[in-house]
Every structure is written in C-alpha cells, then in structure tokens.
Ligand binder design. Structure first.
Ligand code: TYD
Ligand code: MG
Length: 454
C-alpha cells in the first residue's frame, strides 16, 4: 500500500488539512490541529472507521520486558495467577456464595497492600464496618487497604480515577450498577456493562482489577460466565461445603498456565495455604480398604495425589444408580462401558458410587485407570495395596494410553512413601528411588483379564 502523507484535523471544527499550521484556516481556532492516522476512505467502503496501526510481527522487539508482576507472598495464590499479579490485568474470581471468595480476596488485598501496592477493596455487599470486622478477625486490621462500600459504578470509577490504585477488588460484580444501562442490577446487560467499564479502566490506567462473581443457580442474576471472555484471567474458587478444603483453579489465564490450582484450608482465622496438598488429600485415608485407589495426578504444573473411592452395591432399581462426585460422570459411564464390553466385567444390576476424597475435582483423563481400579476393587471387595499409585487414560478400545508428566507423578508418589505404581506400558520410574512398576495384570489379581491391549 502506498504510504500517504499525514493529515491534520482541527479538534474544533473537524476540517482536515494537509499541512500543520498554528491556526485552522477553516474556523480560525488557534493550536487546534492534531495529526491523524493517514487514511483513508477506501472508495465505496463507507465504513467510516479509523484505520488501526499495524506492526509487522517480524518487527516486534522480542526483548520487550515481560509484564510487571507483583507477588502477594501467598504462594498458592501467586502460582495460580501464573507467577504473581500482572499490572493492568483483569481477573475474575467466581465461586458459589459462601465458599470464601470475600475472605480470600480480603486476605489477598491485605497481602498485596503490605508489599507496597496501593490497594482498594470495594464491597457492594457489606458495609465498610462489616468488612473491617472481618479483617480484624483475620488479623488484617492494620493492613493498608482502602475500604469502600459502594455499588454505583459511576462513583466507583470516579474514586478510582482519583485514587489510581495498583489493585482494586470489586466484591461482587453482580452488585454493581451502571446508570448507562436501563436494566436492573445483576442482569446480564448490567454485568457486562460494569465489567466492560472496569476492564477498560484496568487497561487505561494500569490498575489490576479483581472482580468477584457469584455462581448463581437461578437465571435472575447473571453468573460470572457472561463476563469470562472480557477478562484476562478466570479463577474459580471451589470446594464442598462440608469440607474445609478450598481449591482456587485457573480456567483461563493469559499470563500463565491454565488449570493451575492453589489449595487452601478454611480455618477459624480465614484461609490457610496448603503447601502439600497430596498429604492433605490422603490424610483421611486409613488402612487399605476395598474401593480405594490412589491417583497420581497433575494439576497445572504440580503433581497432586488424590484418593478415588468407589462403592458398588446390588441395586433394587430398574436403572441402577451412577453417582459420581469430583469426577466427570460422562467419563465414568465410558469406563463402565469399556469394562463391560471389552473386559467382560458387567456392572448391570449394581449401583455405582464414585467420589474423590477431600472434595477435590479431578478432570484429567489420566484418572481413568485409577477410577477403573477403584470400581474393580469395590466390585470384588478386595483392597488394592496401600502403597500403590495408579494412572493412565483408557481408550474406547480398552487399551491404556500413556499420559504426560509420568515422571513427576511417580516422584511425588515416592516422596509420599508409595512404592509401587501401575501405569501405561513404557512408563519408566527412572530416577524415582524405591518405586517399582507393576504390570496392569497385577491390578487384576482379583478379576482375571482386564485391558487386553495393556
Ligand atoms: P465468604 O468469604 O463470606 O464467602 P463468599 O464471599 O464466597 O460468599 O465466606 C463465608 C464463609 O466462610 C462463612 O460461612 C464463614 C466462613 N469463614 C470461616 O470459616 N472462617 C473465617 O475466618 C471467615 C472470615 C469465614
Ligand atoms: Mg462475599
């Protein structure tokens, strides 16, 4: 494309000029000409937009500094963020009401504030005094966090423009309302508008913005999903009500690996970080028992061991129960079908219950074999060796597929005192001291032939 000369437009009257001058010849205003990107009304296009500036990919300066990051000094949180908080980024933290989002973010805000970031915490749900009481209970009363109790987006943006914080927490995005949008607070259009304005502020001013979003069951209030695409990072805070464990899971991250998790424990004094989640998830495990299998998993960049528990019992129902908690129920149906069709181990007439101990959610296909092992162990009422870990993906043909990071899985298992493993063929325990690799057939001491191609 031929390079056209720059042009100048008068900010007062809009007239265009080929040359800069101190005074607009059209309207006579002084010092009102500004340079414009030189283009371009493509004849007949009629789009009327301004042409964006393009940079050749090859011309990009690869030595450009990586994004500026701040560490909270809470390793579980910093890792899930991809190695700290990135300036000018927008982060969504979703989760069920009451799971502990406000607690987590108040702790995070205090931690960041103590490292010197100018931090604001704006609550649309609680009065400032309530937030202060909570902070006192968490031992954070002296943290230099600015508190606000506000729901009007216009007021919040005005405050933010005046304060220019490094970090602002908005708790929750559903309570915010913009007077530019007609519909009620909590509606999809309000949520989008509020998120859009706050994200634009983040980009414009270099402030990191954390939006809290309640996962909602009814359609009245829009859920955090509708704004996932607008933010850089999406984290979900999950856990079972009855358990004290909480997992912060990255499901999208422009600045780090997705599927990273941070593990916390809800205590009387807030959330405590769990540095060794495997030990925690396995801590409730007693003696070897039928229906229990230990899965050596990978969550993000870190190996995590979990216990998969199964119960198989005669059913009185025409279509027996399949109750799955913490695993993908579709995958479990597939595994049951493979066991039945490929291995001749039927589950007809049997209720099946599967559960991951500790309220953990496991989404890796590598958990297939451990789930199958738990099912077989429960069905045969025979315990697996207590010092055995299991992993591998099961294909529809019944073959076992290798999975990534086998060495990391085995190392973590060895560290926790496990000494034998069943894994896809070819998995070597190189460098993992004291770990012996068992054959798939060993798993089936009680059931005869299992995975033919294993
Ligand atoms: P909260 O952070 O208010 O949840 P969310 O913002 O996700 O709705 O947490 C609420 C629950 O956490 C509440 O049931 C009490 C419990 N909790 C503790 O167990 N210990 C604590 O120190 C705090 C602050 C809360
Ligand atoms: Mg809350």
């Amino acid at each position: 494309m031929a390079k056209s000369a720059p042009s100048f437009r008068c900010a007062e009257c809009g007239a265009t000029h080929a040359k800069w001058s101190g005074r607009c010849e059209a309207c006579g205003a002084w010092n009102s000409l500004v340079e414009e990107s030189p283009l371009s009304k493509t004849p007949g296009s009629g789009l009327g937009g301004a042409k964006g500036k393009l940079i050749q990919l090859s011309a990009l300066d690869t030595k450009e500094a990586p994004p500026k990051r701040a560490l909270a000094g809470m390793p579980e949180l910093d890792r899930v963020l991809g190695g700290g908080l990135v300036a000018a980024s927008a982060i969504l933290v979703g989760g069920d009401p009451g799971i502990g989002k406000s607690t987590l973010l108040l702790q995070a805000a205090a931690a960041f504030a103590r490292t010197g970031l100018k931090t604001l915490y704006i609550s649309g749900e609680e009065a400032a005094s309530q937030v202060r009481m909570r902070a006192a209970r968490l031992g954070l009363a002296d943290a230099p966090v600015g508190l606000g109790a506000e729901t009007s987006l216009r007021d919040i943006l005005t405050t933010l423009e005046a304060e220019r914080p490094d970090l602002v927490v908005i708790d929750s995005i559903q309570t915010m309302w913009s007077d530019r949008v007609e519909s009620a607070p909590g509606s999809v259009s309000q949520l989008r508008a509020a998120a859009h304005e706050l994200v634009s502020f983040a980009k414009r001013r270099g402030t990191a913005v954390i939006l809290v979003g309640h996962v909602t069951k009814e359609g009245q209030i829009a859920g955090p999903r509708v704004i996932e695409h607008m933010v850089d990072t999406v984290l979900y805070f999950e856990g079972e009500r009855g358990h004290q464990f909480r997992i912060l899971r990255a499901v999208k991250n422009r600045f780090g690996p997705a599927s990273e998790i941070g593990v916390f424990e809800m205590t009387g004094a807030g959330l405590a970080e769990v540095a060794n989640p495997s030990a925690l998830f396995l801590s409730e495990r007693g003696q070897a028992a039928p229906g229990s299998a230990v899965f050596a998993g990978i969550e993000g960049t870190r190996p995590v061991l979990t216990e998969i528990q199964a119960l198989v019992a005669p059913s009185s129902l025409a279509s027996p129960r399949r109750t799955v908690v913490g695993l993908d129920s579709g995958r479990i149906s597939t595994i049951l079908a493979v066991l039945e069709s490929r291995c001749g181990i039927p589950f007809t007439g049997l209720d099946v219950f599967l559960n991951v101990a500790g309220g953990m959610k496991v989404i890796e296909p590598a958990a297939d074999l451990a789930a199958a092992a738990a099912l077989l162990s429960a069905r045969e009422d025979t315990a697996l060796p207590a010092d055995m870990v299991i992993f591998g993906e099961i294909s529809l043909s019944g073959a076992l597929r290798p999975v990534g990071q086998a060495e990391n899985r085995l190392k973590e298992a060895a560290k926790l005192g496990f000494s034998q493993a069943i894994a896809p063929t070819g998995t070597k325990a190189d460098g993992t001291t004291g770990m012996s690799m068992r054959k798939l057939g060993d798993l089936v001491t009680f059931t005869g032939e299992m995975f033919g191609a294993g």
